[in-house]
Design a protein around this ligand. Structure first.
Ligand code: TEU
Ligand code: CA
Length: 578
């Protein structure tokens, strides 16, 4: 099981590196940076969708599983990438998006062509409902993940089809065994035969829906569409499907990490990742990254709307699965392509010093949690959100735009509401992760050539915040991540493994936790200051005399206080515990 102690580096093809000056990142660009990726000390890459797609949702709307989006390259380019990674001892994970396809996929075109199409039942079609006055209504009141109804009316065949995400992302009908077989063949086996090592599986808990499509309870009577994630996540047949898919993946010895939104309870997660179930190897839970987001609508919140005890409780929730009492496994991550930058959310951008120190402190935090570690491109250099001065027109993401338009319409352009929405987007939008990678200080940060126009604007700070500069600086965030990953690899039983124990769940400023290794073995003590002030701490009291500071992000080695955003994983023998 190569993946247990592994670190996986996530790549967003559009924004990593452009090799041909069209302003869009591409596979040859990634290939050219493999030495850099290898230099980080990661074990694998996860490539976000590079399949052919009309790009209504950045490739999560696939029109052909067996082809590559031409601006990214060709199937041969992906084969070269697989070979290049394998030559360096790195594994390759692709993104598996099989809850839905693009509306331009041949399967959907055929499905929508007529009610008698042999592929009609490959997607989910339902008749309209009509009010007494003849007004047409969709089958139920569910709100989609990007806002609005989950149903789209098809004029041609006079029925609605289901789409949990954008209307250009119709949901496949997993109830139909023929459809499942086609998905397994085209999306899964086609690429496994090309030698990839596994998949990150998109929205893994949404494939089974309650097929009678009951209305969701009305939480907010002023809203037309109601939150229904509890109805379409973890549906009635989901584990049957997981086991079926699991057998195919097992046959190819493929590793899997499933995206598991709206599933906080260990008992529910374990159904997917218990080793004896043979469904998934691990999952992404959202408890940590969703802290501070709106309860119902993600962006209906204000920046920094969280406390440290809440963060600790959520870390505890996701760590419980790996407390040694279960046969399951999971992940540790703070960023991905759907999340704003972690330094902007949990750290500080107040001064260059606090920025660097908090980026390193967050690296210690995420790398000290149990589970397979995921590092998102740019996180290793402490990339931050787009500046607050940027106009809303720089935000390209369908979810951001839908939310902003929803606020505009529902408040009739109320300036206070719009300012709040913009502040929330500046803090949380998915766009922030999608700004081009900052390679150097030249125009467009070396992501593309100076004459080209990048598909998304490059962050204004790239003159000082970039790979080239950090490569030359032994104290940079980048140097720290390399060191952190080395330490993590040296003590797998304490970092990737080990039993997480929060020693002071109510602490508001310092996050101090321990990781216990095997009985009689060593203990890791992690002490992190999440504030911009020096905080007193009693580390001596819990360390005794026999300890070692493995890594630190500040100058001090005092056991009595931690400076602003200072952090330290210390190690000691469990037997010397006071
Ligand atoms: O995301 C699915 C998901 O449940 C959310 O995390 C989502 O990103 C969103 O923010 C809803 O509030 C996956 C992909 O990671 C995402 O990029 C895609 O847009 C989505 O599926 C649809 O394929
Ligand atoms: Ca390109």
């Amino acid at each position: 099981m190569w993946w247990k102690n592994a670190t996986v580096y996530q790549i967003y093809p559009a924004s990593f590196k452009d090799s041909n000056s069209d302003g869009i990142g591409d596979i040859p660009g990634i290939l050219a940076q493999l030495d850099y990726i290898e230099s980080l000390g990661v074990d694998a890459i996860w490539l976000c969708p590079m399949y052919d797609s009309p790009q209504y949702d950045m490739g999560y709307d696939i029109s052909n599983y067996e082809a590559v989006y031409p601006p990214y390259g060709t199937v041969a380019d992906v084969e070269a990438l697989i070979a290049g990674c394998h030559a360096r001892g790195m594994k390759v994970l692709l993104d598996l998006v099989i809850n839905h396809t693009s509306h331009e996929h041949a399967w959907f075109k055929e499905s929508r062509s007529s009610r008698d199409s042999p592929k009609r039942d490959w997607y989910i079609w339902r008749p309209a409902k009509y009010d007494a006055d003849g007004t047409r209504r969709p089958p139920n009141n569910w709100r989609g993940c990007f806002g609005g109804s989950v149903w789209e009316w098809d004029e041609e065949t006079q029925e609605y089809y289901l789409h949990l995400f954008a209307p250009q992302q119709p949901d496949l009908n997993w109830e139909n065994p023929e459809t499942r077989a086609a998905i397994f063949e085209s999306a899964i086996e086609f690429w496994l035969r090309k030698g990839i090592d596994g998949f990150r599986i998109d929205t893994v808990n949404m494939y089974s829906k309650p097929m009678d499509f009951p209305d969701a309870p009305v939480i907010d009577p002023n809203q037309e569409w109601q939150s229904a994630s509890h109805l379409f996540c973890n549906g009635p047949r989901i584990h049957e499907y997981m086991r079926e898919m699991g057998q195919i993946l097992l046959k190819h010895n493929a590793m899997t990490v499933g995206e598991l939104p709206h599933t906080p309870e260990v008992e529910d997660v374990l159904k997917y990742v218990s080793a004896k179930e043979e469904q998934l190897n691990m999952v992404f839970q959202f408890e940590i990254v969703e802290l501070g987001t709106g309860k119902d609508l993600r962006y209906d919140t204000v920046p920094r709307n969280w406390t440290l005890p809440q963060l600790r409780a959520r870390a505890q929730t996701t760590q419980r699965l790996m407390d040694g009492t279960t046969d399951g496994w999971s992940t540790s991550f703070l960023e991905n392509h759907d999340q704003a930058r972690s330094v902007s959310r949990w750290g500080s951008e107040a001064t260059p010093e606090l920025w660097a120190r908090s980026a390193k402190m967050l690296a210690m935090f995420v790398a000290s949690l149990s589970g397979t570690l995921y590092l998102y491109q740019g996180q290793e250099i402490g990339m931050v959100n787009a500046p607050a001065s940027w106009p809303i027109s720089e935000y390209k993401d369908v979810e951001s735009n839908n939310y902003y338009n929803f606020v505009r319409q529902s408040t009739h352009d109320d300036p206070v509401a719009l300012a709040k929405a913009k502040a929330a987007l500046q803090h949380l939008a998915r766009d922030h992760a999608r700004l081009p990678m900052q390679w150097d200080g030249t125009a467009h940060a070396g992501f593309t050539t100076p004459e080209a126009t990048p598909w998304m604007r490059v962050n204004d700070n790239h003159g000082s915040l970039n790979v080239k500069r950090q490569n030359l600086d032994g104290h940079s965030v980048l140097a720290f991540w390399r060191q952190m990953l080395r330490v993590r690899r040296t003590y797998p039983e304490l970092f990737a493994g080990g039993v997480f124990q929060d020693t002071d769940p109510q602490g508001e400023s310092l996050f101090v936790f321990e990781k216990l290794g095997a009985e009689g073995g060593k203990k890791l003590v992690v002490a992190l200051n999440f504030t911009s002030e020096t905080q007193p701490v009693d580390l001596a009291g819990r360390l005794g005399s026999e300890y070692k500071v493995l890594i630190q992000n500040g100058q001090e080695t005092s056991l009595d206080e931690l400076q602003a955003y200072e952090g330290r994983p210390l190690i000691m023998h469990r037997t010397s515990q006071a």
